[in-house]
Design a protein around this ligand. Structure first.
Ligand code: CP
Length: 315
């Protein structure tokens, strides 16, 4: 992988680590995972996780995360168990810490999709198996690693790549800011007033960008932001749990839609990403997401490859 890293001083070993946010990983570790994901895309099957079991707890709906983790475990010789939190004692008041202690006696790793980063931290601190964040209110790290793999496949580098995320400054934007900063991209977040990323994530990403040779800009000026963009990225305007705000969100975020006009202001070889599910006609037009610049299905496929790399390394 053509990424400038410090001279290798240590063998990368991630066994037993949690993945809650990319803030906890350095560039060498992230590059290692990306290299393994690229290798696994070529050679998908192994017995690396034979006899190992992953518990997957979902407090929210999922298509890509659920299926790619489950298929990934199968392709590595292991097994994944799907647990809907409503069907668990967790849904009837059993504590996170007890759940974590108990699951640690049965399984080799836990992936959870939850509405609370605090819950993730509690799960991680009370058990003794790796916990993987399958999306929370603040971050979506597995998605961001697949996004970086897709960008690398398209551009062949990270340094100097201008990634423009337009729309709601949400968990997807936060993880792009953090991983983009560690890998040295030039990340621009274009969001309307009131929909900016959280202040503490901006501060973390600015610090990491300064340390790693990247940059971060947060702006409400979408027209200026998109100029010379290598990658354009957006996400739904109304995420799970925000349905009551749908109308006001549509109004505020409408100028941030990725459409043909916006695309034409970016570089001619711009790649368009979207973490999916997409709402055609809202955050992105059908013409763009189904057009030649779009790589959204490669991006969705890459969820499988990066998560296999993560599970192989952590479990
Ligand atoms: N992008 C993403 O996380 O998709 P799902 O919600 O379908 O898992």
């Amino acid at each position: 992988m053509n990424v400038e890293t410090e001279p290798k001083q240590k063998k990368v070993s991630l066994k037993g680590r949690h993945l809650l946010t990319w803030k906890d990983y350095d560039r060498e570790e992230i590059v290692y995972l990306l290299e393994r994901a690229l290798e696994m895309k070529e050679q998908p099957l192994s017995e690396a996780l034979a006899q190992k079991t992953l518990a997957m707890i979902f407090e929210k709906s999922s298509t890509r995360t659920r299926v790619s983790f489950e298929v990934g475990m199968t392709q590595l010789g292991g097994k994944a168990i799907h647990l809907n939190s409503r069907d668990m004692q967790l849904g009837r008041g059993e504590t996170i810490s007890d759940t974590s202690e108990v699951l640690s006696r049965y399984v080799n790793g836990i992936m959870i999709r939850t509405d609370s980063h605090q819950k993730l931290e509690e799960l991680a601190s009370n058990g003794n198996v790796p916990v993987i964040n399958g999306l929370c209110d603040i971050y979506h790290p597995c998605q961001a690693l697949a996004d970086m793999m897709t960008i690398y496949e398209q551009k062949g580098r990270f340094a100097g790549v201008k990634l423009v995320y337009t729309g709601d400054g949400n968990n997807v934007a936060h993880s792009l800011m953090i991983i983009g900063a560690v890998l040295g991209l030039d990340v621009v977040i274009a969001s309307p007033n009131g929909y900016e990323p959280l202040d503490f994530v901006i501060r973390d990403a600015e610090r990491l960008a300064a340390e790693n040779g990247g940059s971060l800009q947060v702006t409400s000026d979408i027209q200026a932001a998109v100029n010379e963009a290598d990658v354009l990225y957006t996400d739904v305007w109304t995420s799970m749990g925000q349905e009551a705000e749908e109308q006001e969100r549509k109004k505020a975020l409408a100028p941030y839609q990725i459409n043909q006009g916006l695309l034409e202001q970016a570089k001619s070889d711009v790649s368009v990403l979207h973490c999916l599910p997409a709402h055609r006609g809202e955050e992105i037009t059908a013409e763009v997401i189904d057009g030649e610049s779009s790589v959204v299905f490669d991006q969705a496929e890459n969820r499988l490859h990066v998560q296999k790399a993560i599970m192989e390394a952590l479990l």
